[in-house]
Design a protein around this ligand. Structure first.
Ligand SMILES: NC(=O)c1ccc[n+]([C@@H]2O[C@H](COP(=O)([O-])OP(=O)(O)OC[C@H]3O[C@@H](n4cnc5c(N)ncnc54)[C@H](OP(=O)(O)O)[C@@H]3O)[C@@H](O)[C@H]2O)c1
Length: 391
């Protein structure tokens, strides 16, 4: 493909616009569009948001008006040729006289993929596909997994020491079944530094749901909210695996689950006694009972993910602890990892990254590929894939 730096620059701008839809586009993909006139001047831009309904290319066409005629559309994703919540964008592009379309990638939805490009080409529009494709694919990887396989993209996030420990040994109070009185938990401090922890909120912002086991609530008493400060259309869904409904009503999580947060705490259990269930529900926690078909009499993780897909959750970030990490890896539901490392060593007796008998039989299934390394002050993180979301 010939190198057109002006094309790349304008497509970069489209990708930046698409990223402005993070938190606002799900369950649909992130799309940004730029229209340039024949001389390469930007005459219209658009970002797709679910609440805004109109697609990015339509917003860009509206901004460009008559100046769109003879111009080029730069867009990270193939324009739609079918009737969805809005009419086909391809028709509007053809009617507006767009001469050329430069797109990064086809729509990952196998039912419509390629149809938009075909329709544009049939109308005489010059179409180029594949520029900045890797960036575009990464941006919409959750949508790809969700639309192609009917399950959310699952990212396993953990913060650990160099020797792979996620927490110091359990305290006496925790062993007695008490729960931590404040965030930070019984250990009273954090593994990673402030910069890495701020980045976790960026990751939470990119996800539709966060998932932990009841052990983490009892140990750390976390809030599990998105505190990135950026806007989102739906609150981050906080999912707790708690087969026996041990979730304390006085936990910060439950106390923050008021109706103002719009049912954003969802607990999966396998036995929901009325005396445990109703105080939680009164506060605004949603409790769902699932058959205990998973290992150790727990609700089965693939069934939980299918349920989350029904709620239009396209991405889930698992934030531990050790038992849930082990179960998720063993159940082969993890698509990618984001593992933060602090230059510390905790040693024997501390809690490992993942536990469970099944985890010992993982073998090659835990191979992490396509690594990206990140630095956060003294800490670093490894991001990588266990599965191609587009496969
Ligand atoms: N550094 C980090 O990034 C990080 C993050 C999170 C937690 N942690 C640490 O991890 C420790 C807690 O680990 P943990 O293993 O006790 O807690 P956990 O993994 O959060 O929770 C485990 C519990 O979840 C329940 N559960 C329900 N359904 C399950 C399923 N399908 N699969 C697995 N578990 C299921 C089980 O309790 P029931 O049998 O009662 O249902 C199980 O004992 C704490 O020390 C915490 O500080 C560290």
């Amino acid at each position: 493909m010939p190198v057109h730096s002006a094309d790349d620059e304008l497509l970069h701008r489209a990708l930046e616009l698409a990223r402005q839809g993070i938190g606002l586009a799900s369950p649909n993909p992130y799309v940004g569009a730029v229209i340039a006139d024949a001389r390469g001047n930007i005459v219209g831009t658009g970002t797709y948001t679910y609440a805004g309904v109109k697609h990015a290319e339509i917003l860009a066409l509206e901004a460009a008006g008559a100046k769109a005629r003879g111009g080029t559309l730069y867009i990270n994703l193939e324009p739609h040729a079918h009737q969805g919540r809005t009419p086909p964008c391809t028709d509007a592009l053809i009617a507006a006289g767009i001469h050329r379309v430069v797109a990064s990638m086809p729509d990952p939805n196998p039912k419509v993929s390629g149809r938009g490009f075909d329709k544009l080409r049939a109308a005489g529009v010059h179409v180029e596909v594949g520029r900045l494709e890797e960036q575009a694919r990464r941006l919409n990887e959750a949508f790809a997994r969700y639309i192609r396989h009917g399950v959310p993209l699952v990212t396993l996030k953990s913060a650990m020491t160099l020797d792979g420990k996620i927490a110091p040994p359990p305290s006496e109070a925790m062993k007695l079944g008490d729960f931590a009185p404040a965030e930070g938990g019984f250990s009273g401090s954090w593994i990673t530094g402030e910069t890495a922890r701020a980045h976790v909120h960026e990751l939470r912002h990119q996800h539709d749901a966060i998932l932990v086991g009841i052990g983490t609530i009892l140990a750390d008493n976390p809030l599990l909210t998105d505190r990135s400060g950026r806007p989102r259309r739906r609150p981050l869904l906080r999912v707790i695996l708690d087969s026996r409904l041990r979730l304390p009503v006085e936990s910060r999580l439950v106390q923050s689950a008021t109706t103002e947060r719009n049912n954003d705490v969802l607990v999966f259990c396998s036995a929901a006694e009325e005396n445990k269930r109703s105080p939680l529900e009164k506060i605004g926690v949603t409790v769902e009972q699932l058959p205990a078909t998973g290992p150790d009499g727990h609700p089965d993780l693939p069934a939980i993910l299918r349920r989350l897909e029904q709620l239009e959750i396209t991405s889930v970030m698992i934030e531990g602890g050790a038992t849930v990490n082990g179960t998720a890896l063993a159940a082969n539901v993890v698509d990618k990892v984001f593992l933060y490392y602090a230059p510390k060593i905790l040693g024997t007796g501390s809690i490992p990254f993942a536990t469970g008998a099944a985890f010992q039989h993982l073998g090659e299934r835990a191979q992490v590929k396509h690594l990206h390394l990140h630095r956060f002050g003294e800490d670093f993180a490894v991001e990588g894939y266990l599965r191609d979301p587009y496969a």
